[in-house]
Ligand binder design. Sequence first.
Ligand code: HEM
Length: 124
Amino acid sequence: MDDQDVFAAIGEEGFERLVAAFYRQVPHDDVLSRLYPQDDLAGAEHRLRDFLIFRFGGPPRYIEKRGHPRLRMRHAPFAVDSAARDHWLRAMNQAMEEAALPPEVKRVLSAYFESTAAAMINTG
Ligand code: HEM
């Protein structure tokens, strides 16, 4: 399966389940809860969901609302070290299990999350 086929496979609803399952964990995670804006978790959930939908073959709502992703730049205000990366990936892997995504979708998303999360590290 290619990246661009994921949206056709799981739809809006699949991404919604995935991202909701991720953000449900954020307030309970000792590292993530300190990084994410606790007063706008719903907004953060929308941004990640729209971004992933765009990135994996769905409608480009993220671009329309936020412009070019520039993910590394957008993460610059947050101190992302390797521990933060590990917590983020653990929460996302747990979310993929909860959302019960098809195995081939999980394979494609896991590879993307693994490499992109590493690229967000911006501090020792
Ligand atoms: C595959 C890896 C990742 C992707 C695709 C991703 C994607 C995104 C996107 C699209 C946004 C919203 C940007 C905007 O429009 O303003 C965002 C925000 C954010 N990300 Fe990530 N991110 C990743 C990894 C990480 C990691 C490893 C951390 C560290 C724990 C992190 C922490 C944050 C925080 C704190 C925000 C601000 C929340 C908000 O207000 O939107 N991200 N991320």
